[in-house]
Write a protein that binds this ligand. Sequence first.
Ligand code: ZN
Ligand code: ZN
Length: 311
Amino acid sequence: MSRRHLQLLTRLVGTAFVLSAAVRPLVSFDAGEPLLLAVEQGVLPARWTAETPDCAHASPFLVHEYNSTFFILRQSGCTNFEKPFLYLIVGSKEALLIDTGAPGASVSPVIEELLRRGSQRREASPLPLLVLHSHGHSDHTAGDAQFSRMSGVRVVAGTPDAVATFFRIKDWPREIAQYDLGDRVVDIVPIPGHQQGSIALYDRRSGILLTGDTLYPGRLYVRDSRAFIDSVDRLVEFTATRDVVHVLGAHIENTRTPYLDYPEGTTFQPDEHSLELGRAHLLELQDALRHMSDHLQRRSFRDFTIWPVVQ
Ligand SMILES: [Zn+2]
Ligand SMILES: [Zn+2]
């Protein structure tokens, strides 16, 4: 080896040493230590449907415990092709139900049972319940009457007026409201566009962002383009400074095959897309809307389709 080669090798080894010293804190990181210390973790199931259609034995709602205070319900396609997702979030003073499902199934006994089990676990009386809506369409509000009749339950209609009044929002849709369920603050972000009363809900404890029919793996029906574009911009801004663990919407219509959705009205979707999206999907949606400007067109992306609806 020539002296020149030796110098070169020394320089390279030296560089490698400096590099390894620089990354040492990361290398020595305890592999078992969770990276996201700020939020409560949970588990999502591998699938939300049975492998074979069996309506004779299907329960009207599949109930999944994401963790002990966050429940996800999926209405069975045997009861309604919309198969919406509902969310129950439990604080120390109050529980919050987002949406009451589509026609064809009785949801209140399922929620009552979950609250009863929670009260047994805490050895206390069942928590009062607040019912909100991702928006006011009938596939998310069909069970409202069941809850309105119950004591200890408040139902806020899925309209801008009702939501703004309840949360004392003076500047709809630009103002973001906070609500404390007891040791659990949720943020309510008005996002009209799919429907006037659309809201997103961010649960600070789990880091989960609920987006209703505004963003989910399926057909994003846009009824008011300008409002929708502005809402997505505000949601991007809102999430820029927050940990977003999952973006969970109210339906699944896409298959696992990129760009491909199930036809409208499909009741059994054995190869459906996962429910969970991430903030990257929100950025992809914003980017697509910006490119289309005010003239939205129907266009498929890998995990969702933008679908303007002519009023
Ligand atoms: Zn809708
Ligand atoms: Zn819907």
